[in-house]
Ligand binder design. Sequence first.
Ligand SMILES: NC(=O)c1ccc[n+]([C@@H]2O[C@H](COP(=O)([O-])OP(=O)(O)OC[C@H]3O[C@@H](n4cnc5c(N)ncnc54)[C@H](O)[C@@H]3O)[C@@H](O)[C@H]2O)c1
Length: 456
Amino acid sequence: MNVTVIGTGYVGLTTGAALAYLGHRVTCVDKDPAKLELLCRGKSPVHEQGLEELMSLAGRNLNFAHRIQEAVKDAEVILVAVGTPAKSNGEADTQYVEAAAREVAEGLKKGRLHCLAVKSTVPVGTNRRVSQVVRRVLEARGVGDKTTILVVSNPEFLREGRALHCTFYPDRIVVGAEQPEGVDMLRRLYQRILEQTFDPPPFLPRPEGYSLPPLVSTDPTSAEMIKYASNAFLALKISFINEIAGLCEKVGADVTEVARGMGLDPRIGSGFLAAGLGWGGSCFPKDTAALLAMAEEHAYTMPIVSASREVNSRQRYRIVEKLQETLKGVRGRVIGVLGLAFKPGTDDVRESPALDVVRILVERGAHVRVHDPVAMDNARRALEGLEVEFFRDPYALVSGAEALVLATEWPEYRHLDLARLAGTMCTPVLLDGRNLFDPEEARRAGWTYMGIGRWA
Ligand SMILES: NC(=O)c1ccc[n+]([C@@H]2O[C@H](COP(=O)([O-])OP(=O)(O)OC[C@H]3O[C@@H](n4cnc5c(N)ncnc54)[C@H](O)[C@@H]3O)[C@@H](O)[C@H]2O)c1
């Protein structure tokens, strides 16, 4: 199929490259000239493992363009994957989605059937609105009765750091459409994924035991809600275990043991039960805020979602308070922070818990040194104006420091030589904000070790 993908962020570029690899002719459009310049040189503007290799394997099936109007002329399917950031009241800002839809409608050839699928996470009713925007533009062009655009909702569930895996081997594909033709077009688009009739990229073998993903066909409103409800549920699962972790510390239980015992119950499941600094990133914070804003519009309260946000924000402060207790105050202390990305495997620092901890520490007068294997550039921009020292080497970072906070559980940190690190610290205090290390091992290496929910 001829496909246009609008927006080349984590979602758009991954989807575009995967569809091109699967044999579709894909044009990815972005309005950011700096991103386009990189893309045209085969470079990805975002850090996602395997993405550049996939772009290269996609070869001539994958093209890039600056202007939507030109890129959509021959498109059968147009995927909108632009950002939907939070407004100050928490509502999701759909202006980029609407602007993209308008430009699509201005560029489409008349007399054709097109499918416009909204992959961005958008509040309920956005699909209806996008349909109206498109219809109005087509009417103004005088081609309203000759051109059909099926607007469908196709929410995205990929996880940064595992984006390619999630795209080739999804748990489900959700399509919300008013007309069955919309579902049919997306079924054709994703056919090779739904039937797993592709040769996997060499670096991304099909997982053993993977079963064919279902296509969940539903109405657009339910599709939009599936996305928000899923993210809110995952967020509250993490907040729940963090709340339990707090009590574990009081009563002397180990939350990692508690989570293991809970997770074996298939009704609960073991995913998203890791206690730590809490959740962040470009999705959970804004999507839970958008859900609350949607509820408020309908004079409805969602105390569970509100509480999960509250617990999450409290978690950042609890970590700093633990440090304050142990060091008898953080003012004037040299504190190292390992990890700045909101989770391992990505350079995304949007709403990163690690950055919040850095900000709180700086606010309270600490001298903060930071390191991240891939997110340093993004973190430098996000922390601009704040007095923070950036280190390229974790061993140099700890030299003379009074405490170390592990804020993002990058696998490479697991292999650090804990004894060597402790040896150069002024006071070897380790606050393991992701329960990455074995407490006994850390203590044997000379650390005063504190984890989350496993230290009294
Ligand atoms: N990042 C994730 O893990 C993830 C997962 C699932 C869903 N989502 C949702 O998908 C959407 C995109 O997320 P993302 O993280 O990929 O965003 P992003 O911010 O990384 O990328 C969005 C891109 O869209 C481009 N853009 C904006 N308006 C445009 C226009 N009119 N024409 C062309 N390009 C335009 C921007 O320049 C940017 O490159 C959001 O709604 C998000 O909530 C994200």
